[in-house]
Write a new protein. Structure first.
Length: 128
């Protein structure tokens, strides 16, 4: 199902060969290190139970999503809980690609099939 060229277009080999940008990988590793340090500080300060409770809360908040379709899920509760709402990301000054004028609507049925595990294909490309 992953090689469905009629639904997803031809598969490009360039994305398999070339990894992400070096700054992107450095940013992600820095963010991961910062999360680990924050977790250690909370564990040493408040005990081992609080980080486990925080993980459960994060899992619960990450489940609330809109169905697949033209309006993406904002995950506002999770952003508030993790503090990501205060971050100034690229979408704040370079515009969110999901709000582009060239965005074509995603196939609702296929998006739900992928989310429910009925289809193994990737989400179809959403730009014209």
């Amino acid at each position: 199902m992953e090689n469905d060229a009629l639904r997803f277009g031809l598969h490009g080999v360039k994305s398999d060969i070339i990894g992400s940008h070096p700054l992107e990988s450095a940013y992600e590793s820095g963010k991961k290190t910062q999360e680990e340090m924050k977790r250690k500080v909370i564990t040493h300060t408040y005990g081992a139970a609080l980080p486990l409770k925080m993980d459960l809360d994060r899992q619960i908040l990450s489940r609330f999503q809109r169905p697949a379709g033209p309006i993406p899920s904002s995950m506002l509760g999770l952003e508030v809980y993790t503090g990501a709402i205060d971050d100034f990301g690229f979408e704040d000054y370079l515009n969110d690609p999901r709000e582009s004028e060239t965005l074509k609507p995603v196939d609702f049925h296929h998006g739900m099939e992928v989310r429910l595990g009925l289809s193994k294909g990737p989400v179809p490309p959403s730009f014209m």
